[in-house]
Every structure is written in structure tokens, then in C-alpha cells.
Design a protein around this ligand. Structure first.
Ligand code: GLU
Length: 298
């Protein structure tokens, strides 16, 4: 049984190219990369450039370059969400056939006010056309109700058991905006399934997105990968480190800079690396980090 379970592992790192990589994103990348190495698995990079307005293809190229300078290469061609609209549309049609979608004409502001409040939006029951409005999933729909128990509680490899009441804590959520932009929740589910991702290792800010994603997987009859959510690197203001609160772009031009970045990421992951000056190259770093990761997961 053990060797069967170990036979297949596909992990991924899925950065949104909205700004240069910083320590916070690097920690997640290193965590998912090491996890894949420990399982003798494959590791893929996926560019989450679904939001055309904010994503820049130059930034995505920079991410891929930085990761490769740090010794992290995608084991398959890099997938870009901006080129995958057909698949997202197919998934939406599938959900439409299940009778779980409704049109919504709330403004951006109204949508923001409803966020995380639970319940359904005021547009439910107006029977707006699905064609030219934003689309929401109705949590009260019979096909959804059947799946709620199975998706509201899941076991996270790092965070343990997590439970969320989708109806009261999240509410009917948007799958496509009025301008046609596909939501992160739908895109990530379609992509993880199509890339046959078996293990998702990502930042803890996405822990409470997971029940929504498991729900979509079940409705679309897609497998649920295993999840491990990594504690975030926090900025001085206690929030997730980001460009907005002062994260600086990784400096990876010289070998010394690369090692410094990786060692800092390893420290955030509490990897117990030798302190005797034996880590001077990328190979030495990855070797030691893989060993240390194996010991911390025992
Ligand atoms: N693109 C997301 C981010 O940069 C990560 C999505 C995921 O790992 O599911 O935060």
C-alpha cells in the first residue's frame, strides 16, 4: 500500500504575477518544492494571470527566471491561466446544467459589502440571464446541499482539521464577473484537476478558500488533492507580507544573494540547517534543506 501511495505526486506553485517575488512568495515556493522532492514527485509552476488588468506577462517571466536561478524548475511546461478560458467556460456550462448558478447585477461596491457575510445575494430570484451578468453559485441549490457536508470540513496536513459553514461564513460566491473574468476559485479547481495535482502546498491565507474549492471539485466530479497550508510570513503591521506593506523584491543576481534568500526562506520554514558553513552552493542548500524537511515531517 505504501509504495502505491508514493507512486504518484504532482505538486505546484501558482504565483499571481501582480508584482515581483518577495520573501513571502519564496517561502511558499520553497515549501511546495521541498514537499514534492520529499515525495519524489513532480513540481509544476502555474502562472495565475487570470486577472488581466493586474497581471503582467513580464512579471511572470521574471518569476520563472528568479525561481530557476534559485534552483527551482518546473517539471512540465508552464501553464498560463490567461490561455485557458475555454476550459473555465466548459466548467461553467457544467455547473449551469446542474442548476446551481444565477445571474447577479450587483455593483463592485455591493459585492464587496456582501463579501464574507453569508447568505444569497439580492439578485437571487430575479432570474437574470446567465449570459451577460456576473454568475454566482447558489449554496441553497439541491445539488450543492448534497455536497456541503463533504466539503465543509477537511483535514489539512499542516493546520489540522478545518471547518467552515459555507452558507453563513461565505455565502453564494461569484464564479464569473460581469466583464467575463473567471474567479480564482473556479480557475484553480479546473487547473489543479487538469494538471493532475495531487498535493497543494500554499499560503495559509488560502486555508479558508479550500471548502469552496472542494465544493466545486465535487460538483464538477473532479478529485480533491491533499492540502497543506503554510504559515505566512508577516510584515511589521502583522498582515501577510505583500508589496503594499513593504515587501521588497527578491535580489537573486549573484550566487551569494541567491543563497541568502533561500536561507532566509528556510529559516521561516523552521528548517534545521547545519550552521557550520557547509552550505555554499545551491546544490548544497537543496540537499541540506531536503534532509532537514524530511526530519521535521517525521
Ligand atoms: N495565485 C495564488 C496566490 O498567488 C495562489 C493560488 C493557490 O496556490 O491556490 O496567492
Amino acid at each position: 500500500v505504501t509504495h502505491l501511495a508514493a507512486a504518484r505526486y504532482i505538486g505546484r506553485f501558482a504565483p499571481s504575477p501582480t508584482g515581483p517575488l518577495h520573501l513571502g512568495s519564496l517561502v511558499t515556493a520553497v515549501a511546495s518544492f521541498l514537499h514534492a522532492r520529499l515525495h519524489h514527485g513532480q513540481w509544476l509552476i502555474r502562472v495565475e494571470d487570470i486577472d488581466h488588468t493586474r497581471s503582467l506577462s513580464k512579471v511572470a517571466e521574471q518569476h520563472i527566471r528568479d525561481l530557476s536561478l534559485l534552483g527551482m524548475h518546473s517539471d512540465a511546461a508552464v501553464v498560463r491561466q490567461s490561455q485557458r478560458q475555454t476550459y473555465y467556460r466548459q466548467a461553467l456550462s457544467q455547473l449551469e446544467r446542474l442548476g446551481v448558478l444565477y445571474g447577479c447585477q450587483c455593483s463592485r461596491q455591493e459585492r464587496a459589502n456582501q463579501e464574507g457575510r453569508g447568505g444569497c445575494c439580492l439578485c437571487f430570484g430575479k432570474n437574470l440571464s446567465l449570459a451577460n451578468h456576473a454568475l454566482r453559485i447558489h449554496l441553497g441549490a439541491p445539488a450543492v446541499q448534497e455536497q456541503l457536508t463533504a466539503c465543509q470540513t477537511f483535514y489539512d496536513e499542516k493546520m489540522g482539521r478545518f471547518t467552515q459553514d459555507l452558507s453563513t461564513q461565505v455565502g453564494d460566491f461569484v464564479l464569473r464577473r460581469a466583464d467575463g473574468a473567471i474567479s480564482y476559485q473556479l480557475a484553480v479547481v479546473v487547473d489543479d484537476a487538469q494538471q493532475q495535482i495531487t498535493h497543494v502546498v500554499r499560503g495559509a491565507d488560502l486555508l479558508d478558500n479550500t471548502p469552496r474549492q472542494i465544493l466545486l471539485q465535487r460538483l464538477l466530479q473532479l478529485p480533491t488533492p491533499s492540502y497543506a497550508h503554510i504559515a505566512l510570513v508577516l510584515a511589521a503591521d502583522g498582515k501577510k507580507l505583500s508589496k503594499q506593506n513593504g515587501a521588497s523584491a527578491l535580489q537573486v543576481n549573484t550566487p551569494q544573494q541567491r543563497l541568502t534568500c533561500l536561507l532566509e526562506a528556510a529559516a521561516h520554514l523552521h528548517l534545521n540547517l547545519p550552521q557550520n558553513g557547509s552550505i555554499n552552493t545551491l546544490d548544497q542548500f537543496w540537499h541540506a534543506a531536503t534532509l532537514a524537511a524530511a526530519l521535521t515531517t517525521q
